[in-house]
Ligand binder design. Structure first.
Ligand code: C5P
Length: 309
């Protein structure tokens, strides 16, 4: 039973993990940011943000809360989003289930969840369908969102996308099946700027053409074979345990593809079905009990209802 002074949860939003299935670095802008061409999906595994009826501006809970406790409030992306977008503040609680600075866009996902949650509480519903048809049309709001972090716009959308520019130019991906995945983080945080700084080439070709649809995870894996994550080699040079994690995934006979997400250190394995992913996750977790290992899915494309004239 709830004690008299325990806060009540009024509303909540998921903050799904972002996974870069492929990430090509195609250029560098004068401001130092890199131009990317990336295929991005979102997993059901993620953080969760709750709006409470009382409490401090942001309470932290969950396995990875301690890593965030050390951040100054001004550097916390949730509080930054609230301040930057002028959203009505409310007591929030973040269940930090994703490893911090791990290539899963956790901080950006949390900021996007805060925007959705507080916009809703203010009565200004952020309609994901509308956002999908007009993915963040250029304007002051889009600029503010992008300034919070290169991954925040895609996290606000939270659907399978091809991302260009520095990650803010978003095109919805049609025809993507639901993907059974295993996420493995070897417990090392890598610095995104340090990984970008070690890149040998910054003018790689863009992603190959995408088919209209992929029949299943195996068909996607075949397409992924002609793509890369250009940040994987520099990240492994900084953190060799990333290669160990990839090796464990690839040692499973039924792993269709294994690759690092974002700037690491989390890697993903793609499997033909959910039982295969669950078996792989159990085996890897048993071999490395100190690592973060989860079986999850990335929901595929959801058909938009036909537009009425
Ligand atoms: O935008 P965000 O704060 O997430 O980026 C963190 C750092 O990652 C940037 O300061 C930059 O060094 C690097 N970065 C980049 N190109 C991108 C995204 C991030 O060089 N497209």
């Amino acid at each position: 039973m709830r004690s008299a002074d325990e806060a009540r949860v009024l509303d909540a939003e998921d903050a799904p993990a972002k996974i870069n299935l492929a990430l090509h670095v195609t250029g560098r802008r004068p401001d130092g940011y890199h131009e990317l061409d990336s295929l991005v999906v979102f997993a059901t595994a993620g953080d969760r943000l709750e709006r409470l009826d009382r409490g401090p501006p942001l309470a932290l809970a969950g396995r990875f809360a301690a890593e965030l406790e050390t951040l100054a409030p001004a550097d916390n992306l949730v509080l930054k989003a609230v301040a930057a977008l002028g959203l009505p503040p409310a007591p929030l609680r973040l269940d930090k289930r994703l490893p911090v600075a791990s290539g899963l866009g956790g901080g950006s996902a949390d900021a996007a969840a805060a925007i959705r949650l507080l916009a809703r509480s203010a009565g200004a519903a952020v309609d994901p369908g509308a956002a999908a048809r007009r993915p963040l049309a250029p304007g002051p709001l889009a600029d503010e969102v992008r300034r919070l972090g290169a991954d925040v716009p895609m996290c606000l959308l939270g659907r399978p996308v091809r991302a260009g520019g520095i990650g803010e130019r978003l095109a919805l991906l049609p025809g993507l099946p639901t993907l059974p995945l295993v996420l493995v983080n070897p417990g090392a945080a890598v610095s995104t700027p340090a990984v970008f700084a070690r890149l040998e080439r910054r003018d790689n070709p863009p992603l190959p053409d995408l088919p209209a649809a992929f029949a299943d995870a195996a068909a996607l894996a075949a397409w992924l074979a002609a793509t890369r994550n250009d940040l994987e080699a520099p990240a492994i040079a900084l953190e060799p345990s990333i290669a160990t994690a990839l090796g464990l995934l690839r040692s499973r006979g039924d792993c269709l593809a294994a690759r690092m997400s974002g700037s690491g250190a989390t890697v993903f394995g793609l499997f033909p079905d959910e039982p295969a992913a669950a078996r792989a996750a159990a085996a890897i977790a048993a071999a490395r009990p100190d690592w973060w290992v989860v079986a999850t899915i990335a929901p595929g494309t959801v058909a938009e209802p036909a537009a009425t004239a």
